[in-house]
Design a protein around this ligand. Structure first.
Ligand code: MSP
Length: 639
């Protein structure tokens, strides 16, 4: 027997989060559908997902919670696995970058690159975005901020090790010329070329001294491995690369497909290929950068109030409503909008009216007219010929679309068959055929054509909405289904279940609208007020308008600015933690409001005599802050 062809597909490894939203499910559901599809087509599939568990941000979060990073992460990972399970994600391995095997592999990769001279010691100076764990050059910053997330970046200088990206640039460029298919959609090549390759690649800083929660560098234990080198290596460490048992690596590498969101495409198409070239390994066959799922055209975020745990949707509408929406709605590669209404609209229109309705009507008719048993159609009419040939062409057409990773259109092709069968019912009007004994034979043939068409469509749908396919096969009385017997007519006779089961009950869209409106009302999270105070308490606070005459950075505290404020009748030194929001020089001359009678206190060696008022709010996941100002003359009392 010839060996099965292998297919290795990966998702990115996710940052541990308790707040996975529907956007996070997008990559994983797509990867799952592709993996299932290839499995059904006889491939030996390996589907990898996992979690990316190192870095400063995680250490900070764990510190805040008063536990070790590992203690902090473990329950989050269980929660993520539970989400994937509820979405019917059938991965072969869930890798954690804290797994011993992964850590050992990354250390060996770093050591190998160091030993062969591709990693060298230097000093790093650059703009670092802590949330994104990315270094940026001056020219890449947008308005002085991180081009990915728009947050503040910090100039960082420290001893570090560098990977010679520049050495490999020509090799990568010529590889990409010969293999433009590596980057999918191919249009993303221009973006990568113009933004990263054309300006010339700078060597990449691949270690940090300031990040403690990371994989120690073996040749310099003061350093930890840069999180992206750590994270990208998961694709080969998971297969046992450089371990005692690398049989999986031999079998599955190079990856057939890395599926990633567009914002991390550059890491996968520039840094990762160069790491692999330096290791003397083959490059992945394809990296697909998909677009983002948006809400109201914007980012999905908890602070926007548009976040719901995807498990709520699964509970309310069933897993296949969610999977179907994610797989069908967004043109692959582009951004696409998500809303609960839209998802329900699709469910009602396609899953309920087209698919559910067809199965329900057909199973009912088979019961009503033939006690559930329908035998093979052997007397094709011209109409049957047309329908059967349309059904038989489905597989190749779907295959071609799946090959292009065009999942939405592959689903459309399947649904076009389901729609055709609904039309066929209208054309053949089985209820009329049932009226006379003479047309009973024709009625059997018609019902067989529909049942067998449903079987063929459901075979295809197993990759996309597996639990629905399973329920359909049960209703058709089929226990053994396979693409090996795909062609129309492969089943001799059907014995359908006695009672058709409703696959997708219709959701009342008006009712849903009302429910969502009601939910939207407290969009602003109920504010937890502080305890009430007496007027006499409030009156104790003395607030006065002043003007900043001098402002400078605190010599020993990054976040703090030192103000000299003129109140007309006196000058005061006041310290305020607003360095992340203002440059000192832009504050000179600004009117501010100060609490005058707050007990003076020393902050890192400097006295603060009072406090400046500021307004703070989280907007789009970012903290916004503004010092409270007033146009009143200095010395005015605020009350
Ligand atoms: N840890 C890195 C990946 C390292 S891979 C070597 C990371 N993690 S992530 O949790 O931030 O993102 C995981 C995936 O979720 C990414 O592909 C990202 O694009 C995807 N999505 C997160 N929000 C999304 C949407 N709103 N829409 C679509 N995909 C989104 O990046």
């Amino acid at each position: 027997m010839s060996e099965k062809k292998s297919y290795y597909v990966t998702t990115p490894i996710y940052y541990p989060s308790d707040n996975f939203h529907i956007g996070h499910c997008y990559t994983t559901v797509i990867a799952d559908a592709l993996a299932r599809y290839k499995k059904l087509k006889g491939y030996d599939v390996y589907f990898l997902t996992g979690s990316d568990e190192h870095g400063q941000k995680l250490e900070d979060r764990a510190n805040k919670a008063g536990v070790t990073p590992k203690e902090f992460i473990d329950p989050i990972i269980e929660n993520a696995k539970d989400l994937w399970k509820s979405l019917d994600i059938e991965y072969d391995k869930f890798i954690r970058t804290t797994d011993d095997e992964h850590v050992a592999c990354v250390q060996k990769i770093m050591q190998k690159l160091y030993d062969q001279g591709d990693i060298y010691k230097g000093a790093y100076e650059g703009w670092y975005c802590t949330p994104c764990e990315s270094f940026w050059t001056e020219s890449q910053l947008v308005d002085g901020k991180c081009p990915d997330c728009g947050r503040e970046v910090k100039m960082t200088k420290e001893d570090a090790y560098f990977l010679k990206l520049s050495k490999y640039q020509p090799k990568l460029e010529s590889y990409l010329k010969e293999h433009p298919e590596l980057m999918q959609p191919v249009s993303r090549y221009n973006e990568m070329y113009n933004n990263f390759l054309k300006p010339g690649l700078k060597d990449l800083c691949v270690s940090r001294t300031s990040v403690k929660w990371g994989i120690p560098v073996t040749f310099d234990p003061n350093q930890t491995v840069y999180v992206w080198v750590d994270a990208l290596s998961n694709y080969i460490s998971a297969l046992g690369y450089l371990s005692d048992d690398d049989s999986k690596f031999k079998k599955y590498w190079p990856a057939d497909l890395h599926l990633v969101g567009k914002e991390i495409f550059r890491f996968h198409t520039i840094i990762w290929p160069i790491m692999l070239m330096a290791l003397g390994l083959e490059l992945p066959k394809k990296v697909y950068g998909h677009g983002w799922l948006t809400i109201g055209g914007g980012k999905i975020s908890k602070s926007k109030g548009n976040y719901k745990d995807p498990r709520v949707f699964i509970k309310d509408y069933g897993v296949d409503t969610v999977r179907y929406f994610l797989l069908s709605e967004v043109p692959f590669g582009s951004d696409g909008n998500f809303s609960e209404e839209l998802m329900v609209e699709r469910r009602n229109a396609d899953l309920c009216n087209v698919l559910g309705n067809l199965v329900n009507r057909t199973v009912s008719m088979a019961n009503k007219y033939f006690g559930g048993t329908v035998t093979k159609n052997v007397n094709y009419t011209e109409l049957d010929e047309e329908v059967v040939s349309f059904l038989n062409s489905m597989n190749d057409e779907v295959d071609a679309k799946m090959e292009q990773l065009d999942i939405p259109n592959s689903l459309k092709l399947i649904f076009s068959r389901v729609e055709r069968l609904n039309k066929y019912i209208d054309e053949t009007t089985p209820w009329t055929l049932a009226k006379s004994e003479e047309t009973k034979g024709r009625l059997n043939d018609v019902l067989y054509t529909i049942l067998d068409g449903i079987r063929m469509a459901s075979l295809e749908l197993q990759a996309y909405i597996p639990s629905t396919s399973k329920r359909i096969f049960e209703q058709l009385g089929l226990s053994d289904v396979s693409f090996d017997n795909y062609a129309f007519g492969s089943v001799d006779s059907y014995k359908v279940t006695e009672k058709p089961e409703i696959l997708f009950a219709r959701i009342d869209e008006e009712e849903l609208k009302k429910k969502l409106e009601a939910e939207a009302e407290p969009a602003v999270e109920p504010v937890k007020h502080k305890d009430e105070i007496e007027f006499t308490d409030f009156d104790k606070v003395e607030m006065v308008v002043g003007q900043v005459t001098e402002c400078s950075k605190h010599p020993d505290a990054d976040k703090i600015l030192v103000f000299n404020v003129d109140f007309g009748y006196e000058q005061r030194q006041i310290l305020s933690g607003v360095a992340a929001y203002y440059k000192p020089e832009e504050l000179v001359g600004k009117k501010v409001v100060a609490v005058m009678n707050l007990k003076p206190r020393k902050i890192r060696g400097l006295m603060s005599n009072g406090m400046l008022l500021s307004a703070v709010k989280e907007v789009d996941g970012k903290e916004k802050l503004e010092l409270v100002s007033s146009d009143m003359p200095i010395g005015s009392i605020v009350c």
